[in-house]
Ligand binder design. Structure first.
Ligand code: DQA
Length: 152
């Protein structure tokens, strides 16, 4: 595929609540990696894949919902770690369902090895797929999977 076609893909990356505290937050679960480290990893992988990324972290459900709405016509894919909203937010799920932008859900920790309340994701049924448990690598794998999905 010519590189000018490849470069057109744009991915919105959404980080949900408390992920701004990575590095300080429960390092025994999330490790020492910071959100800046993760964003750098995503940016480098996007460059490798000749895709564009826009990165946003918010602790507010409505901000995430509005970012999903605004992705319409702007981004071809969404990579999301909704944090705790994964397990609670019908609003984020409905927004993803409404815009119908292919979405990959990622988690640093393996949510199925943790408390029962983390085993259910409202997002998974409206996502192309989910990657969980590989630390920061979940984002890289998620971006790769999403870009491959969009290009196939
Ligand atoms: C998380 C898992 C969620 O259960 C939790 O609320 C988070 C982080 C993860 O990346 O492992 O905030 O999404």
């Amino acid at each position: 595929m010519p590189s000018e076609v490849l470069s057109q893909l744009s991915i919105l990356v959404l980080h949900g609540p408390n992920l701004n505290l990575l590095g300080r937050r429960e390092p025994e679960i999330y490790g020492s990696v910071t959100l800046d480290d993760i964003n750098l990893l995503i940016t480098l992988e996007a460059k490798n894949l000749q895709a564009k990324v826009e990165l946003l972290q918010s602790n507010h459900e409505g901000v995430l919902v509005e970012a999903i709405h605004q992705a319409l016509g702007e981004h071809q894919g969404i990579l999301i770690n909704a944090g705790a909203y994964t397990h609670t937010s019908v609003a984020i799920r409905d927004a993803l369902s409404a815009v119908k932008i292919p979405t990959v859900e990622v988690h640093l920790s393996n949510i199925y090895q943790r408390e029962n309340f983390r085993h259910h994701s409202y997002i998974a049924p409206v996502a192309v797929g989910q990657i969980s448990g590989f630390g920061a690598e979940s984002y890289r794998l998620g971006l790769l999977a999403l870009v491959n999905y969009l290009r196939k």
